[in-house]
Structures are given as structure tokens and as C-alpha cells.
Design a binder for this molecule. Structure first.
Ligand SMILES: CC(=O)SCCNC(=O)CCNC(=O)[C@H](O)C(C)(C)COP(=O)(O)OP(=O)(O)OC[C@H]1O[C@@H](n2cnc3c(N)ncnc32)[C@H](O)[C@@H]1OP(=O)(O)O
Ligand SMILES: O=CC(=O)O
Ligand SMILES: [Mg+2]
Length: 533
């Protein structure tokens, strides 16, 4: 947009392709609301993002994360979070997935306790995906969502008796929405996703004794939680909603946030109902925080399971913290999905999911996530057996003594050639799908989304930029190893045009090449990828 005069006349510009019927979602009142949100909160968002970068620079210089001295009173004080509403009291099995009409219907009809409609790790944020997703959610909250398969083979209808509670995950603070410009600046993607959903649905949800409920991703500290608190309180006041009716669950999926769990709960105490172990981004964050620390290089992804000491410590601290404050301690996502056509491999995959859920219920978690409807029964059986009541808040885990050292303990393990090549392949295939508008795909029978792909991408960078690492067979881990693996990929993926995003494989190869050779670890792979979307 040109010039200040134009800005005053037209503060908001929709820069994306115009989609049929989009004015139903983005009418004048909604646009005015988004303008106000941006003007009220954008400067603080930018401050928080700058603070993240400054902290990472300190980690790069050798500092280690630790509990804060200035917030000791919050950690040691006696307080609890506000009471949890009925619709969020029992969350034993939550299904998650990208916000597409068919997925929304399947998830809400699945019998899970809750469904997290995900604009973040599992959605590629094309303008079309976002608006189709917002429209599906609007129809879902109104109870009118249906969807016809393009070939006419099946008509999907939302079950009016579904009791599954809808929770929406907006994108994180680091992301912009490039298709909405306010005063010539990009709107925050978080404010777009959460703000528009609240604007369109809060009243209807209130009338049904539900609220706009959210999962908040990738927070790093209590100041970011305080920013969310102010956004939510502002929206409640602006939309004349009861104070505190917008409930949130915060993902603890960055290493710095693990040191501020009490503080995050405290900052949001009038509305927060729980914390969640977002294990995949958490591993990615560990990699990012320690990208320059040779003594904390992680082994290949397959060896970084929840029984690694640093992950075990984090999940137990989360349970202890939540239960002391009257909040849910949600578990996370096992990456295995059902394997069609191979009963033995399928049983192995299900057994892994089962073991993961058993570990969670035994540790005191109040519920868990599944990636696929067929896994709901598996997780439910384990939580029903291990958690007879609606939650395990009475399990205080006073036996747990988690220190700073436990949270950052180095991991033992190796890098195999298979693990190295697998990272290259998964990153390329995932990026190709994402660039093609698909944010969650099965690869080698594992669920891959932005968080799991970040691990592979950050590991490649960390291994290659820390000199003198070797594979377990003695081969030096250097750029010639990487370049060869990347060059070999097109012939390895002989049938690539049949893969999700097959037409984008070359673009994905170029992007991974650029990210891996760069002198600095790019903060999020979705930042440069979004500019290509
Ligand atoms: C790290 C994190 O952030 S985890 C959270 C983000 N990740 C997720 O939410 C993962 C969501 N899961 C998925 O997207 C999918 O399960 C995938 C991509 C992994 C696999 O999908 P598919 O290959 O389509 O699985 P499959 O063919 O077995 O699906 C069978 C049926 O289940 C449906 N289905 C699969 N997963 C889901 C889901 N999560 N929610 C609702 N329905 C689902 C499919 O749409 C399909 O429906 P249909 O029979 O009516 O056509
Ligand atoms: O969002 C969840 C995660 O594991 O990352
Ligand atoms: Mg995540």
C-alpha cells in the first residue's frame, strides 16, 4: 500500500487470492476487529520475538537455561488456577489434525474426549487452507458442517450428538499472516487464527455452554503467556464475553518454557486449564537452544524417545507442576499410525503407541493425544484402566525432584547412516508436501508434521556444523555426506510424482540444501518455506 494517506483510508489490505464467499468470514466488522487487535498488540509481539533472539544469542555464547531468580515467589507461592469447566474436565483422549472439513467431521464424530483443530504444526497455511478451515469450524460450532467427497462417493455429516469438545490451536507468535496487511504491516498469524475464530464463534459457543477453547503453541516464557492473557482479556471485553470464558491449554514445547511452567500457569491463572507435553517441538527446541554446544549434540531422532533422561525429567516436572496448581497435565503424541496391509508391522506400531500411553498414565498424566481415529480405542483402554476418575490431579508426584541439570542432561546414542539418510529424505518429502499445501503426511508409517520435520532439519544442521562427528561406522559427518544423500534422493524416490507434494520435490531439495549449508540455524523452517507458499 502506498503512503500514509492511503493507510488511513484503508488500514487493512487482503493480499491473498480472493476466494469465493470469503466475505462471509471476513466482513467489515471482522476486519475492523483484526485491525484493532494488530494495533493493540503488534509492538509487544515484536518485543517478545526480539527477546527470544537475544536469549538465543546468550545460549550461543555458552549460557545454560535455568530457573529464574526473579520469579521464585511465584514458584514457591500457594495458588491454584481457576476452576475447570465441565467440557474440559475429562480429557483422557484428544485427537488432533489439520483443519480440513472432512478431518473436522471425522475428528468430532470419533468419540474422542476433545479434538484439537490445528492451524499450526499440521496445517500448511495457504490462504485457502486457512479460510476453508475457518469456514469448517464456523459450521462445526453451528452444528451444520457437512462435506461431500469430490468423487461423490461419501457424504460426511457432523453427528449432532457428538460430545467431543473442540479446541483450536492457532499458529505461534513467530509467524506472520502475509495475506492480511494492517497499516502496511503483516498481521500476526496467531492473532489472525485465534482472533477470527473467536470473533466468528464465541457467541454461538457461549450459547451452547462451551467457550472458545485454545491450545497455545511454542511459548518460551511467562512474558509471552502474559501477552496471550492480555490478548484474550481484550477480546473478551471487545466481544462482551464473560471474563475468563476463553480457556487455554499451553503446550510446553520449548526448553526455556520448561523452566517457567509455574510462571506460565500463573500468568494465565484465570483461564488456563492445563499444560501439554509437546514432545516433538520440545526436542527441536533442545536442539535449537544447544545448537552451538558440542557436549549436548543429540543422537539420531529414532533414539530420542521419552525415556531419554532430559525428556523423562521434563514430563515428570510437568505433571508435578500442573497437579500442584489444579491444572491438567496432558501427554503428547506418539508418531506411529496404523499400517494398512501389514498386520505384523501394524501390531508393532500399535504396541509402541500402547507403551507410550501406558508410560503417560503411569507418570500421572490426565490425558493424551492421538494422531489417527483408529488409535482412540488403544489410548482410551489404557487411560480407562489407569485413570478411573476424570483426571489424576490427586497424583502429586512429590517423589519427583527435577533439577536444572536433569532438564538439560546430554543424551547417549549414535548417528547411523540410515538415521542420517532418513533425516534427509523425511525433511525433503515433508517440505514438498507442505509447499504443496499439505501440512501432515505419513512417511514410512510415521506421522510427520512441522515439529517432527524440524527435528530432522535441525539435527542435520547441528551435526554438520559441529566438526569431527562420525557415524557409528566411522564415516565423518561432513557436507560431502549430506550433499551425496541429497543428490541420491531423486533416484531413490523414483515414484516421486505419486508422493504427496511430488511436484515440489526439487524445490524442497533446494530449500533443505540452503537451510543446511547456512552458517546460522534458521529459527523455524516454516519461515523461509512460507515465503515460497
Ligand atoms: C507434533 C504435533 O504437533 S502432533 C499434532 C499435529 N499432527 C496431527 O494432528 C496428526 C494428524 N493426523 C493426520 O493428519 C493423519 O492421520 C495422517 C496424515 C498422519 C495419516 O492420514 P491418512 O494417510 O489419511 O490416514 P488413513 O488413510 O489411515 O485415514 C483413514 C481415515 O481416518 C481419517 N483420519 C486420519 N487421521 C485423522 C485425524 N487426525 N482426524 C480425523 N480424521 C482422521 C482420514 O481422513 C480417513 O478418513 P476416511 O476413511 O473417511 O477417508
Ligand atoms: O505440538 C506438539 C509437539 O509435539 O510439537
Ligand atoms: Mg508442536
Amino acid at each position: 500500500m502506498a503512503g500514509d494517506a492511503a493507510r488511513t483510508l484503508s488500514p487493512l489490505v487482503l493480499a491473498g487470492p480472493r476466494l469465493a464467499g470469503q466475505e462471509d468470514l471476513l466482513g467489515p466488522a471482522a476486519l475492523e476487529f483484526l485491525v484493532e487487535l494488530h494495533r493493540t498488540f503488534e509492538a509487544r509481539r515484536q518485543e517478545r520475538l526480539a527477546a527470544r533472539r537475544a536469549r538465543q544469542a546468550r545460549f550461543d555464547a555458552g549460557e545454560l537455561p535455568d530457573f529464574r531468580e526473579d520469579t521464585r515467589a511465584i514458584r514457591e507461592g500457594d495458588w491454584t488456577v481457576a476452576p475447570i469447566p465441565a467440557a474440559l474436565t475429562d480429557r483422557r483422549v484428544e485427537i488432533t489434525g489439520p483443519v480440513e472439513p472432512k478431518m473436522v467431521i471425522n475428528a468430532l464424530n470419533s468419540g474422542a474426549s476433545c479434538y484439537m483443530a490445528d492451524f499450526e504444526d499440521s496445517t500448511s497455511p495457504t490462504w485457502e487452507n486457512l479460510l476453508v478451515g475457518q469456514r469448517a469450524l464456523r459450521k462445526a460450532t453451528a452444528g451444520t458442517l457437512d462435506w461431500m467427497a469430490p468423487d461423490g462417493s461419501k457424504h460426511y455429516v457432523l453427528d449432532p450428538t457428538s460430545t467431543t469438545t473442540l479446541i483450536v490451536r492457532p499458529r505461534g507468535w513467530h509467524l506472520d499472516e502475509k495475506n492480511v496487511l494492517v497499516d502496511g504491516e503483516r498481521l500476526s498469524a496467531s492473532l489472525f487464527d485465534l482472533g477470527l475464530y473467536a470473533f466468528l464463534n464465541a457467541t454461538v459457543l457461549q450459547a451452547r455452554d462451551r467457550g472458545p477453547y485454545f491450545y497455545l503453541p511454542k511459548l518460551e516464557c511467562m512474558e509471552e503467556a502474559a501477552l496471550w492473557e492480555d490478548v484474550l482479556a481484550w477480546i473478551e471485553a471487545r466481544l462482551r464475553l464473560p471474563a475468563g470464558c476463553m480457556k487455554v491449554t499451553v503446550l510446553i514445547e520449548t526448553l526455556p518454557a520448561a523452566f517457567e511452567m509455574h510462571e506460565i500457569l500463573h500468568a494465565l491463572r484465570s483461564r488456563i486449564v492445563g499444560l501439554n507435553c509437546g514432545r516433538w517441538d520440545y526436542i527441536f527446541s533442545y536442539l535449537k537452544v544447544f545448537r552451538r554446544h558440542r557436549d549436548r549434540v543429540l543422537p539420531e531422532r529414532g533414539q530420542v524417545g521419552m525415556t531419554q533422561p532430559f525428556l523423562k525429567a521434563y514430563s515428570e516436572l510437568l505433571v508435578q507442576t500442573c497437579h500442584r496448581r489444579g491444572a491438567h497435565a496432558m501427554g503428547g503424541m506418539a508418531a506411529q499410525i496404523p499400517i494398512a496391509g501389514d498386520p505384523i508391522a501394524n501390531e508393532e506400531a500399535i504396541a509402541r503407541v500402547r507403551a507410550d500411553k501406558q508410560r503417560e498414565v503411569d507418570a500421572g498424566h490426565d490425558g493424551t493425544w492421538v494422531a489417527h481415529p483408529a488409535l482412540i480405542k488403544v489410548a482410551r483402554e489404557i487411560f480407562d484402566a489407569g485413570m478411573p476418575g476424570p483426571n489424576q490431579h490427586a497424583t502429586r508426584r512429590e517423589d519427583v525432584q527435577v533439577t536444572r541439570d536433569a532438564l538439560i542432561r546430554p543424551s547417549i546414542g549414535t548417528i547411523t547412516r540410515k538415521g542420517f539418510d532418513n533425516n534427509v529424505e523425511v525433511c525433503v518429502r515433508y517440505l514438498a508436501a507442505w509447499l504443496d499445501g499439505n501440512g501432515c503426511v505419513p512417511i514410512h508409517w510415521l506421522m510427520e508434521d512441522a515439529a517432527t520435520a524440524e527435528i530432522g532439519r535441525a539435527q542435520l544442521w547441528q551435526w554438520l556444523h559441529n566438526k569431527h562427528l562420525h557415524l557409528d561406522d566411522g564415516t565423518p559427518v561432513d557436507f560431502s555426506l549430506f550433499d551425496r544423500a541429497l543428490l541420491a534422493l531423486p533416484s531413490k524416490l523414483a515414484d516421486r510424482m505419486k508422493l504427496p507434494g511430488g511436484s515440489k520435490i526439487n524445490e524442497a531439495i533446494a530449500l533443505l540444501d540452503e537451510l543446511t549449508h547456512a552458517d546460522e540455524l534458521v529459527e523455524f523452517l516454516t519461515l523461509p518455506a512460507y515465503e515460497r507458499l
